[in-house]
Design a protein around this ligand. Structure first.
Ligand code: FES
Length: 102
């Protein structure tokens, strides 16, 4: 099962998740990485769930049109929308203290 390392506010949270896990959906039902993951719409519209992928990005599918629209050039810096990711491999993510501007 994939291991997710989630960094926020200089803290590190780590847990194993089932394959094909969406972290925003999990946070919505108050499972890891709740309450540390910031999110809002869950639909790729607000960018509040944006995270930088520190490791494991090579296993992710290419960004979808919502991520391209919300993140633009930040995609090149490794940002993705957590609500648009279904985790199937180990991954390490970091969420900035302040949300990115869509
Ligand atoms: S939660 Fe709104 S874009 Fe991901």
């Amino acid at each position: 099962m994939p291991v997710v390392v989630f960094r926020r506010n200089a803290e590190v949270y780590e847990a194993e998740v089932k394959e094909n896990t969406n972290l925003v959906v999990r946070a919505g039902i108050k499972q890891f990485p709740f309450p540390h993951l910031r999110y809002e719409c869950g639909m790729g519209k607000c960018a509040r769930c944006a995270c930088r992928v520190l490791a494991g990005g090579e296993y992710l599918p290419p960004p979808n049109w919502k991520e391209k629209k919300q993140l633009g050039a930040r995609l090149d810096e490794g940002y993705r929308l957590a609500c648009q990711l279904w985790i199937e491999h180990d991954i390490e993510l970091e969420q900035d203290d302040l949300p990115v501007e869509p």
